[in-house]
Design a protein. Structure first.
Length: 277
């Protein structure tokens, strides 16, 4: 049996981030061979990933950022099993690393990001390594980017909710202030679409049917149900579409009216919001 020193164990721990005992066991099994020990730890991570495939991963890290040219925003959700792991700085740093990679490589989805190769290894393999370190199931659940003339991002304290948005114009005085207000509005008010025209026909039909059933339960005449339901649909548009929502800092204005105060043509062209349940 190879004589494994504390210095070797610590060096392997520094290289891999794995626990001290895991590093010692791997070195013993590998008879002191560092490369073999690293492979053993990776295999442990892969085995752990398989063992935890049926576990719920409802906690995690949700963050966002804007590209250096300020034209693209990226947002990511990396799930784990517990709040303890989600708050671990290594987990947070790892999520930032994946976010930066996705933005740098021009990925459009979580699946594209998982297939990115870094130093000969895929992001999926890096996630598996992190599973070995945390002892929990990890799931790169979401990754998206949006682009426009100028982009904005917001991370709510705690890394549980983040939002991004892009505008149609960048050459507007104090546009950064407008952008900050919009992404905070998105995080706080969870709009489902940009405006009424952006709401899918499926969602509209569902809201109308719900409105009719509510009116029917209230004993309203059958011939009035359609009109009542349309009124409820318009209320849904006001409450649930970004540009029609009341601006959280001034309830006398809609978000679109707030933007018009900066420039009559300024508007949001796309947004995304990720949040842990």
């Amino acid at each position: 049996m190879a004589n494994i020193t504390a210095a070797q164990v610590n060096e392997l721990r520094q290289q891999t981030g794995a626990g001290m005992m895991d590093c010692k066991k791997a070195l013993v099994e590998a008879e002191g061979d560092f490369e073999k020990a690293i492979d053993i730890l990776r295999k442990k991570g892969q085995k752990l990933a398989s063992n935890r495939a049926d576990r719920d991963a409802n906690e995690g890290v949700v963050i966002a950022r804007v590209s250096d040219d300020k034209k693209t925003a990226a947002i990511i959700m990396l799930n784990c099993e517990t709040d303890f792991v989600a708050k671990n700085q290594e987990m947070i740093d790892f999520t930032h690393k994946l976010l930066n990679l996705g933005l740098e490589k021009g990925c459009k989805s979580a699946q594209e990001l998982l297939e990115v190769v870094v130093d000969g290894r895929t992001v999926q393999e890096l996630v598996t390594d992190m599973i070995g370190k945390t002892g929990e199931k990890l799931d790169l659940k979401k990754f998206e980017t949006i682009s426009g003339e100028i982009a904005f991002a917001y991370i709510h304290p705690g890394n549980r909710v983040s939002s991004v948005a892009v505008f149609n114009k960048a050459d507007v005085a104090d546009v950064d202030a407008a952008g900050k207000d919009v992404v905070m509005q998105i995080a706080a008010m969870a709009p489902v679409a940009l405006d009424a025209d952006s709401v899918s026909e499926e969602v509209k039909a569902r809201e109308i049917e719900i409105g009719k059933e509510q009116a029917r339960q209230e004993g309203r005449p059958e011939e009035m149900l359609e009109k009542i339901a349309m009124g409820k649909l318009n209320k849904f548009f006001k409450e649930s579409t970004l540009l029609n929502q009341e601006f959280i800092k001034d309830g006398k204005k809609t978000v679109q009216q707030m933007l018009a105060g900066y420039d009559k043509d300024l508007t949001v062209v796309a947004f995304r919001r990720f949040a842990l349940a």
